[in-house]
Design a binder for this molecule. Structure first.
Ligand SMILES: [Fe+2]
Length: 202
């Protein structure tokens, strides 16, 4: 794990971790992502409001709590994501933003897998949770362009890099720019995957 504390904007700091998941964990995640795609488990197109997320979303999405209601341990992703709570991660987030105190105080989370292909994007919005964690995956070499994350209030752009994790307070406005994928690469799982974990207190 390579930590980058992005604190030059004092109002909207965020934390990046590159090489987040280890090789064996990445294999487990790919197994799940490929299965969801082949079984066509994503709901597609523009989605109605749900889980406090914005209808500005134009992407394919899968809610892991719905797929694994009583059997979370059967989900490869829901087994490995506990890494987000490692003391090393929390310590670095605390050095990024004082709102990390709130993260440590959360007791609930929910997880969404998103898949973006050509023309998919996610317009400006905020998440109705306390903290948001995104982890990006794609098959290397990258076949698409776009799909980067932008924070309009601080005018920061974070490049979508495979196995990069970003963590920020959910109230920051953020958007995903439009993914472009040549037609010969479409429908083969060569687009942009995002694993999103929302943290809150109930
Ligand atoms: Fe979001």
């Amino acid at each position: 794990m390579k930590f980058t504390l992005c604190t030059d904007n004092k109002v909207f700091p965020y934390m990046l971790i590159d090489d987040f998941y280890a090789d064996d964990q990445q294999l487990e995640i790919w197994e799940a992502l490929e299965y969801y795609r082949k079984e066509n488990l994503y709901s597609d197109g523009k989605l109605e409001d749900g889980y406090g997320v914005s209808p500005a979303a134009n992407l394919n999405r899968l809610y892991l709590e719905e797929l694994y209601p009583d059997n979370r341990e059967d989900s490869n992703i829901l087994r490995v994501y506990k890494k987000i709570l490692l003391p090393e991660v929390i310590r670095n987030y605390r050095n990024t933003t004082p709102s990390a105190r709130q993260f440590e105080n959360t007791n609930n989370d929910c997880s969404v897998v998103s898949y973006y292909e050509d023309e998919n994007n996610y317009g400006e919005h905020f998440d109705s949770f306390m903290h948001t964690v995104l982890i990006w995956f794609y098959k290397e070499p990258k076949k698409f362009t776009g799909g980067n994350l932008r924070f309009p209030e601080s005018n920061k752009i974070v490049e979508c890099i495979h196995n990069r994790m970003i963590m920020f307070p959910s109230y920051y406005l953020h958007e995903v720019d439009r993914v472009k994928l040549e037609s010969k690469y479409r429908d083969q799982g060569l687009g942009r995957y995002c694993m999103t974990h929302f943290y809150s207190k109930v």
